[in-house]
Design a protein around this ligand. Structure first.
Ligand SMILES: [Zn+2]
Length: 128
């Protein structure tokens, strides 16, 4: 505990902060994340006093919760984000597939522009 963040540019997260309901952002571990409102704060808020203050002011009903409570929240958050990543990959691939499909269709239409007009000229009167 001796070498305090004096020389470090960023304040580091400590497991101790879990008791204030804080973990780190899933994308940036220099940013604290409140497990209760799931808001991410700047590195500036990586101070026990600020975290405690947030817990007491914003989540006063949870301030007497034990560390285990926050640990469970943390695990839930993590598993949820894992699920999100899991579902995200195929979803974005689908979007790309759709885009490609409609691109291909317009390409076909463009190529067969003549045939399309021809189709209209022949098929439509035929239906009538
Ligand atoms: Zn909060």
């Amino acid at each position: 505990m001796a070498a305090v963040a004096a020389k470090k540019k960023f304040r580091q997260y400590s497991q101790e902060y879990l008791k204030y309901g804080f973990t780190t952002s899933l994308t940036n571990d220099t940013m604290p994340l409140c497990l209760l409102c799931e808001k991410t704060f700047s590195n500036d808020a990586m101070k026990p006093a600020k975290m405690k203050d947030h817990l007491e002011r914003v989540h006063s009903d949870k301030k007497n919760k034990y560390r285990d409570y926050f640990k469970t929240l943390k695990e839930n958050l993590k598993s949820r984000s894992d699920i999100k990543t899991f579902f995200k990959a195929p979803a974005s691939a689908d979007t790309e597939g759709d885009l490609k499909a409609s691109y291909n269709i317009s390409l076909i239409i463009a190529k067969k522009g003549k045939a399309h007009t021809l189709g209209e000229e022949i098929i439509i009167p035929a239906i009538k």
